[in-house]
Design a protein around this ligand. Structure first.
Ligand SMILES: *Cc1c(COP(=O)(O)O)cnc(C)c1O
Length: 217
């Protein structure tokens, strides 16, 4: 039951930890069930699926785009997206800026870091991210507000590996905050933790977890 799952997940979250209910691949009726329980923040990773849900569902839902976003898709979600979580290049950030400006909006984003062992995962390495931030061009993106970092840990049962990666994410957040965003009140989000590892993520400083199957399956 979605209702019961949601309740259990909520009760297991520390105060101040935001829950993004990841509804990708789940039907509109599943989102409606969670909505009826008061959930308002949902995560999707494909533009077309998101569009169908956005059009069908109440407009006070905050949609977070959590997947890899191609630059040519930004224009479709720019009018309504609440947060784009997986920004992994300056090129993508510039396109979000352009489309946000067209829509007279400022769009919240997170910087996606690649800290996992798998090559397949996307995101910037810490060094790539530092170089992008050092370069400073991102400061011209007046219609983008960088709110923090996002990452996915390695897909492994070895929780010591996962813990190491979460801890690294936490350190990088602190480093970036101090070096580039010290005066930015909005830079607060540490988005890591999914169904199988969000409890550990919280222990390692996450304040924004993205939980899908634990709620919807
Ligand atoms: C699917 C997905 C999640 C949720 O994963 P679950 O294991 O279903 O909780 C979180 N973050 C991202 C980026 C995802 O693609």
């Amino acid at each position: 039951m979605i209702k019961d799952n949601l309740k259990e997940v909520r009760e297991s979250l520390a105060e101040g930890v935001e829950l993004v209910a990841v509804s990708k691949y789940h039907p509109i009726s599943a989102v409606e069930e969670a909505y009826a329980e008061g959930q308002r923040v949902f995560g999707e990773s494909r533009e077309q699926e998101l569009r169908v849900k956005y059009e069908a569902l109440p407009k006070d839902i905050k949609w977070h785009f959590i997947g890899h976003l191609q630059t040519n898709k930004v224009k479709y979600i720019a009018p309504y997206i609440d947060m784009i979580e997986a920004v992994d290049s300056l090129k993508l950030m510039k396109e979000i800026d352009r489309q946000a400006e067209k829509n007279c909006r400022v769009i919240d984003i997170l910087l996606e870091l690649h800290l996992a062992q798998e090559e397949t995962k996307s995101g910037m390495t810490p060094q790539e991210c530092r170089e992008m931030l050092d370069n400073g061009e991102w400061r011209d993106c007046q219609h983008v507000r960088i709110c923090g970092i996002m990452m996915m840990a390695s897909n492994t049962d070895d929780m010591s590996v996962v813990k190491r990666e979460f801890t690294e994410a936490d350190k990088l957040f602190a480093e970036f905050k101090e070096s580039y965003f010290a005066g930015e009140e909005a830079f607060t989000v540490k988005s890591y933790g999914m169904s199988h590892d969000y409890m550990l993520a919280q222990e390692c400083g996450s304040n924004h977890v993205r939980v899908g199957s634990r709620i919807f399956s």
